[in-house]
Design a protein around this ligand. Structure first.
Ligand SMILES: Nc1nc2c(c(=O)[nH]1)N[C@H]1C(S)=C(S)[C@@H](COP(=O)(O)OP(=O)(O)OC[C@H]3O[C@@H](n4cnc5c(=O)[nH]c(N)nc54)[C@H](O)[C@@H]3O)O[C@H]1N2
Ligand SMILES: Nc1nc2c(c(=O)[nH]1)N[C@H]1C(S)=C(S)[C@@H](COP(=O)(O)OP(=O)(O)OC[C@H]3O[C@@H](n4cnc5c(=O)[nH]c(N)nc54)[C@H](O)[C@@H]3O)O[C@H]1N2
Ligand SMILES: [Mo]
Length: 765
């Protein structure tokens, strides 16, 4: 609705459609990337091209002539931009000046072109020779009392080859600290699925979507974050299978979709209705909702048995393949409907409807994202999804299974090749044997622990292979201050961001080739490999001329750092970087799942990593798939005052994590601004608020007391179709409301989607 509030107009169209085409053109135009982009787009996600840096959704086997999507184009045009953050640019702007730029302006200054070193006296970044930078960083790294004082961060765009070399370097040096962006999104997936089914990844492949009868989309927003998934959902819907969405917000990408590559959709205004049922669960209410659905399913099962009808549960599967059913049954029996209703914000009859729909399907896929994982009970949430699937034997059969929607395009691959702060003994032994080195057996630190160690002064140095760690973490008030205490900070990056402006004693900014760019080493042109969210590993080969002749590839930068830090290293870093086939051979030697790596990536589409749970092989403590009982009621509502809301931090349609492409959020009807808070009509009415009113938000501490420090001022209320009890605001701006101590107790993933807050109308200004 348009209430005359500037930039808030609502959105009536389907996802995709002409809006997507217009946004594509605008993005390419604003980055002045036209000619280069056209070639790049055609190569993206085509058999011989490069992998789209946008998201981890897999490529269809049957490729459309141009497998691209709006947000993939934004990611590519943002990388292939002709804008440059050149030596001249840095000469003209002090770091203090750059700090005043918005996150959008920082990245919009363009590609980094030259290795830089911070000069404190002039407060500027100054060019430095690569070899000098390597030698100085190496000398500093050798100067620390313990290698465990150094943190090695990875952001998930890094290829398997770069990530493998990176962890090899860090481990040979003596560190096991691998904070990783997966700690911030799918930590609960790695931990929860491993305990439950013995595989920390999804079990489905793309072909399963051709056979499923029901897809449940819970806690993810594919229209923005995995737009190519909409074509898959469209096919599912057109084939007559059902799609159920569970999300506090009405997200357009889950409701209806007009396929930009279908002439009928585009010219006749057709769209496909995607979800058939939409359940607006309260933020943080999923575990209770899922318990309610399971309770209803079991009650229905018992009634059917009494009536001599076909039961709901797959008993043969339960007996042969699962462990812990009785404990789950007892727990569900004890649960009170009133509690489940209060915590989930849905009625008993809605949960029963869901159970009924679920029961009718013979093959169900559950897709989920950060709405499930980024909570204090994220791991338990993931396990409730598995419980639900197990009850009807929905794992390890065609058209069924669990499908976590991973984040960065290679976040899953980075984990597979050894970015792991608690690596297995088997892996470490093989690594030692292969390279003739010795590595630490100490468990290292994940992201939140790294920041805390930096804050305490225990960690002295931070190396970042990509990303924007300081901005991506909760509570910048603490994180930013911590970073400035470091002795050494090294950022390997393509674009300037705020993490690069938090000055330690010694700072280096090393520019890397992007995925679209040609990578030529001693052995000729190189390709890298990545693993998508469905465990398919495939090659990616950049074709474009690099943004500057000073750029180095990530593997070359890692090898340069390693050689300078470890002059006596027995690893032949130079040979590995000269020919990435040799890196892949080494990966195959160390990790059996990568056997015949080089041969297998030649096949069109690559190969699938082994996923034992998909064939009902359970590598768990019990040898079976484990039911896990969720122990807590909804996230801490009891301790909080009645007027508290649960805030989730949201991505707009125009951003990639901390990279802000533009100020619009088209599918939520917002244009030209980001200073908004989404609220339901019901909560607004209860507080006497109307759309356009300006509010302040205060986070609540554990005891329910409003925090003075964790507060945000002057946000404009947008009335949105969303669950009561919930509030939405954009990341990273709303990170000031988060706490570095509010994390999932098992995986330590920050609770970015459940911050207890109170709101108040701002006094007239
Ligand atoms: N264009 C684009 N693509 C991206 C990214 C990007 O920023 N931009 N980021 C990439 C990365 S790193 C990741 S991890 C993925 C993230 O992809 P998603 O998992 O889709 O992440 P989010 O956009 O944070 O939002 C998740 C959804 O969860 C809902 N939600 C919030 N709280 C709850 C809750 O308590 N319960 C339920 N059921 N739902 C809830 C929100 O309304 C929102 O629709 O996308 C990747 N792809
Ligand atoms: N409040 C809140 N905070 C969140 C989240 C949330 O939902 N809510 N989500 C979290 C999630 S899921 C994630 S994954 C993290 C993201 O955390 P990060 O991965 O650390 O952050 P990004 O914003 O993806 O990183 C962007 C930077 O990566 C660099 N870059 C881009 N491409 C390349 C490349 O090819 N090579 C190299 N070396 N560098 C490159 C550029 O310099 C760019 O500035 O944020 C987390 N933060
Ligand atoms: Mo992520």
């Amino acid at each position: 609705m348009n209430n005359g509030v500037p930039g808030v107009s609502g959105y009536q169209g389907p996802a995709g459609g002409w809006g997507a085409v217009k946004a594509v053109a605008a993005s390419v135009f604003s980055q002045k990337a036209v000619a280069r982009d056209i070639i790049a787009m055609f190569r993206m996600n085509q058999v011989k091209g490069f992998d789209c840096p946008g998201c981890a959704w897999p490529d269809p086997g049957h490729r459309s002539p141009m497998e691209l999507c709006e947000n993939g184009v934004k990611a590519v045009s943002w990388e292939t931009t002709s804008k440059k953050a050149s030596v001249e640019f840095f000469r003209q702007h002090t770091v203090a000046e750059l700090w005043q730029y918005s996150d959008y302006e920082l990245e919009n200054s363009g590609r980094l072109t030259h290795p830089m070193k911070y000069d404190r006296e002039s407060d500027t970044w100054q060019p430095v020779d690569w070899q000098v930078a390597f030698a100085e960083i190496g000398a500093r790294l050798r100067s620390y009392a313990s290698a465990q004082q150094v943190e090695f961060y990875t952001s998930g765009r890094t290829s398997n080859e770069a990530a493998f070399l990176y962890q090899l370097f860090a481990r040979e040096y003596g560190s096991s600290n691998f904070p990783d962006c997966s700690n911030m999104c799918h930590g609960p997936t790695s931990v929860g699925l491993t305990q439950a089914i013995g595989l920390g990844k999804g079990t489905v492949e793309l072909a399963d979507f051709e056979h499923c009868e029901l897809v449940i989309c819970i806690g993810h927003n594919p229209g923005t974050n995995h737009p190519r998934m909409l074509s898959t959902l469209r096919e599912v819907a057109q084939r007559g299978a059902r799609i159920i969405a569970i999300n506090p917000l009405a997200e357009r990408g889950l409701e209806r979709f007009s396929f930009p590559q279908s002439p009928t959709d585009m010219f006749k205004g057709h769209f496909t209705a995607l979800s058939h049922d939409y359940y607006q669960v309260k933020m943080g209410g999923d575990a209770s909702l899922l318990k309610g659905v399971m309770k209803a399913l079991i009650e229905m099962d018992e009634a059917r048995i009494l009536l001599g009808q076909e039961p709901c549960l797959d008993r043969a599967f339960l007996v042969e393949h699962t462990h812990g059913y009785q404990a789950l049954y007892d727990d569900l029996h004890r649960c009170q409907w009133a509690d489940l209703e209060q915590d989930s914000g849905l009625t008993r009859s809605q949960m029963e409807d869901l159970a009924y729909r679920y029961d009718k399907s013979n093959a169900t896929i559950i897709c989920y994202g950060l709405g499930i994982t980024q909570h204090k009970n994220g791991t338990e949430n993931v396990q409730q999804l598995i419980n639900l699937l197990l009850l009807k034997g929905n794992i390890g059969k065609p058209g069924a299974g669990i499908c976590p929607l991973r984040g960065h395009s290679n976040v899953q691959g980075d984990r597979s090749v050894g970015i792991n702060e608690a690596a297995s003994e088997d892996f470490l032994q093989r690594l030692e044997a292969r390279f003739g080195i010795q590595v630490s057996r100490e468990n290292g630190r994940a992201s939140v622990e790294s920041i805390r160690a930096i804050e305490r002064g225990e960690a002295k140095a931070l190396i970042c292979l990509g990303g924007n760690l300081a901005v991506a973490m909760p509570q910048p008030q603490r994180t930013f201050e911590a970073m400035k205490k470091l002795d050494l900070q090294v950022h390997v990056a393509t674009k300037l961001n705020r993490s690069h402006l938090l000055m330690a004693q010694h700072n280096y900014l090393l520019p890397a080739l992007g995925r679209t760019e040609r990578d030529i080493q001693a052995g000729g042109i190189q390709s890298v490999t990545v693993e998508d969210a469905m465990s398919m590993v495939h090659a990616s080969c950049g074709a474009l001329k690099p943004a500057s002749r000073w750029l180095k590839s990530e593997p070359a930068i890692v090898a340069g750092l390693a050689r300078a830090t470890l002059p006596d290293s027995p690893v032949n870093w130079e040979a590995l970087v000269g020919n990435y086939d040799l890196i892949r051979e080494a990966i195959a030697d160390v990790i059996p799942a990568f056997a015949d790596y080089n041969a297998r990536i030649v096949a069109p589409g690559g190969f699938r990593m082994d996923t034992p749970a998909s064939r009902r092989e359970w590598h768990t403590s019990t040898g079976k798939a484990n039911f896990v009982v969720s122990q807590r009621r909804a996230v801490e509502r009891e301790q909080q005052p009645a007027e508290a809301l649960v805030l989730a931090t949201l991505r707009s349609h125009d951003q990639y994590n901390t990279t802000i492409y533009g100020m619009n959020d088209r599918y939520r009807g917002i244009s030209g601004r980001r200073d908004v808070a989404f609220l339901s009509q019901q909560e607004a009415d209860a507080r006497g608020l109307a759309e356009g009113d300006v509010i302040n938000i205060q986070a609540l501490d554990e005891s329910g007391t409003p925090s003075v420090d964790r507060a945000m001022y002057g946000l404009t209320v947008v009335i949105y179709s969303m669950a009561a009890g919930s509030l939405g605001a954009y990341l990273p701006e709303a990170n000031v409301l988060l706490s570095l101590d509010a994390v999932d107790s098992q995986s330590l993933t920050p609770a970015y989607k459940s911050v207890p807050v109170v709101i108040a109308k701002a006094s007239a200004r």
